[in-house]
Design a protein around this ligand. Structure first.
Ligand SMILES: [Zn+2]
Length: 685
């Protein structure tokens, strides 16, 4: 049995293991070895070496804009999750039950004929509200209703733990409302981005025509909306400037918010209409709201109404008629991401249930209750919970040994580390979804209901004790997160999966790197990256660093910034070292913590070879597997302008080139491309 052979945690005889490898080799090629491209030297391009054969054999399908390990996991999940939905749809369960909600959500979502027949009708009431507006205050009435539907016209309002008092729920007002993914899309002068802007204006005109406007009217209207958005973009902070948690935190009394920044909005009344009467609003970017107020007053009401219509339709386009869905796909997926054809509706439905947001927290969590019961054995939960404990210990040892940190700051860092909570697999306590109504009227209506439920749930938190058991991501998500306010890492069940390999067949070298370094260690380090380090053990923004230690940290972080700024994945497009700093520190930190923890395992200590690979080689191959991915040029370009994460390939090349064990494992020499002199290597933790 393969499962027995590869369970490294059991004390097993090394000779037996070596003998067993032959059996393994003759039965099934090792899952790491099969991906290797040995025509590339590991020291020249480790990403290509470790994943090259797989990447060559697995071109990006037409219905995708990228293809890699996360899509393979998702493909496995599609099968499981589809069955859960279909079973529920066939069940004829009583109204209000989980089964009924899952079933009706599925049934309505895949009913293309119904969507075609309904056309824009599901949005009619919302559109009528916009149509009726004659003045700026009436435009703002419509915009505030749209905030409750999961869209963020002009700006974003949210309700969440206060960054300075994690036991308190606060109201946040944040810059937002752009139609293109990021500010830079409006100003970057590179030719591809100029083309994207031109395509965007055409797209807006096409959408207006789908709403019934004539071509002659739609084109100038689209151009006017673009001018308005460009003015908003100009007032917005850059990607790298929204990361600093202190610089984006300003407590402002609602009356002062109106008086000083936004005379057009009576914030006290607007919030009272939602039953909220906070002492202050946390305003992320006060100067944005001041500029926005000016822009709103200078823009014709007709243009603002078009802007709202377009944002509303854009938010729900995927759930409307095939014509609107196709127009939306054409710009947002084809132009911005290079995807050639639309994915089937049922797969897109399952996609909406993963990750962060209202749909995962709404219907996704209901599906999750079924999913984990059948798909996440207690054994796996224990393995990764134990691993998390080992990582926290390893990180603690590292902090104690740091040469650049004073004892005073070390004590505070260790205190914070000891307070990290780990949520593994799925929530201990499931949220109450009884107020969420899912029916058969239309897919769009169900999506709006989920947003309304999510908004009501969020504002109901205000003034109540914080519930720290909540999960923001569904267990069926191939991702994870660190939450500053709870000082917690959240690891969904699906993130541990290696496609086609049972958990018990994943040896520790691979597990400690694949799920360990790139997820568990990565998320723990987020608590101590350039943002996370500004929060204390209780999840509050508080400076617990001596000036000397803060300076030493910044100096080390600057090496990481410089390293990533130098990478140029596409001609003319460098990685944004400052915007991706937190992620890059977390990758590097995750890798070295994982290595320390791995060195305590039997596999490492006994130097157990698997498939001819040393424990260290397997560790780095396992790490690279977690980033095995390729992207279309369009998606890569869009991500380089809008994503806080570096592209997958550089998440391998960057961190490993800073780690001595990588050089040792693959005999990397100064003649090879990845070689870095020791003094050039980045080391934070
Ligand atoms: Zn991260």
């Amino acid at each position: 049995m393969l499962t027995r052979i590869l369970r490294w945690r059991e004390a097993v005889c090394v000779a037996l293991l070596v003998a067993a490898q032959h059996v393994l080799a003759s039965e099934k090629p090792d899952f790491l070895t099969a991906n290797i491209d040995s025509s590339v030297q590991p020291g020249d391009d480790f990403f290509q070496y470790s994943n090259g054969t797989w990447l060559k054999r697995n071109p990006i399908p037409r219905s995708e804009s990228g293809w890699g390990v996360s899509e393979l996991v998702r493909d496995q999940l599609y099968v499981t999750l589809r069955a859960i939905h279909e079973r529920a749809a066939a069940a004829q369960a009583p109204v209000g039950s989980d089964e009924q909600k899952i079933g009706d959500f599925w049934r309505t979502a895949i009913d293309v004929d119904k969507a075609r027949k309904l056309g824009i009708a599901p949005l009619r009431r919302e559109l009528a509200r916009i149509d009726a507006a004659k003045t700026l205050p009436q435009v703002l009435d419509a915009a505030f209703v749209m905030q409750t539907l999961g869209t963020d016209p002009f700006f974003a309002v949210s309700v969440d733990q206060d960054r300075k008092e994690s036991n308190v729920i606060s109201i946040y007002a944040w810059q937002g409302g752009l139609g293109l993914p990021e500010r830079d899309f409006y100003f970057n002068d590179e030719k591809n981005i100029r083309q994207i802007r031109a395509a965007y204006v055409k797209h807006l005109a096409r959408m207006l025509r789908l709403l019934g406007r004539s071509a002659a009217d739609a084109e100038p209207a689209a151009a006017a909306v673009m001018r308005f958005e460009t003015a908003m973009a100009k007032a917005s902070r850059k990607l790298e400037d929204v990361r600093d948690p202190l610089n984006n935190y300003h407590r402002v009394a609602p009356a002062d918010f109106t008086r000083v920044h936004m005379p057009s909005v009576n914030w006290t009344e607007r919030l009272a209409a939602w039953n909220l009467s906070p002492e202050y609003v946390v305003v992320g970017q006060p100067e944005y709201f001041s500029a926005l107020d000016r822009i709103l007053r200078q823009t014709a009401v007709a243009v603002l109404k078009d802007y709202l219509r377009l944002h509303l339709v854009s938010a729900y386009a995927e759930f409307l008629s095939p014509a609107i869905d196709a127009a939306n796909f054409d710009f947002f997926k084809r132009v911005l991401s290079g995807q050639k054809k639309q994915k089937p509706r049922w797969k897109r439905l399952i996609d909406t249930e993963a990750g962060f947001g209202s749909v995962p927290e709404g219907i996704g969590m209901i599906v999750a209750r079924r999913f984990v019961a059948e798909n996440f054995p207690e054994r796996a939960k224990r393995r990764y919970a134990d691993m998390t404990g080992a990582f926290i210990d390893a990180y603690g040892e590292r902090i104690r040994k740091l040469s650049w940190m004073t004892e005073a700051t070390k004590a505070r860092a260790l205190e914070k580390l000891a307070a990290v909570t780990a949520k593994v697999g799925y929530p201990d306590r499931w949220r109450d979804h009884s107020a969420l109504v899912i029916g058969r009227a239309s897919h769009c209506e169900n999506m709006m209901n989920i947003e309304r439920w999510s908004f009501r749930t969020a504002i109901a938190r205000f003034g109540k004790p914080v519930d720290r058991t909540e999960w923001r991501m569904t267990p069926q998500t191939y991702n994870a997160y660190y939450n500053w306010s709870n000082n917690e890492i959240v690891l969904p069940a699906a993130v541990f999966a290696i496609p086609g390999v049972a958990d018990e067949d994943i040896d520790d070298a691979v597990a400690y790197a694949y799920a360990g370094a790139s997820t568990i260690g990565h998320e723990i380090t987020h608590g101590f990256d350039d943002q996370g380090r500004k929060f204390d053990a209780n999840g509050n923004l508080a400076d617990w660093w001596t000036a000397e230690d803060a300076a030493a940290f910044e100096q080390r972080a600057a090496v990481v910034v410089k390293q990533f700024d130098a990478y140029e994945p596409l001609p003319g497009f460098h990685i944004n070292g400052k915007a991706s700093l937190g992620e890059n520190i977390a990758d590097l930190g995750g890798l070295v913590i994982a290595l320390d923890a791995f060195k305590k395992t039997e596999q490492y200590k006994n130097n157990v070879m698997v498939a001819g690979q040393t424990p260290l080689q397997r560790f780095f191959l396992g790490y690279s597997l977690s980033w095995m991915d390729q992207m279309r040029e369009e998606l890569l370009r869009s991500r380089l302008l809008s994503d806080f994460h570096a592209p997958a390939k550089w998440r391998v090349l960057g961190p490993v080139s800073n780690v001595a064990e990588f050089y040792e494992a693959f005999g990397v020499t100064s003649a090879q491309r990845m070689w870095k002199e020791e003094r050039e290597r980045a080391a934070v933790w």
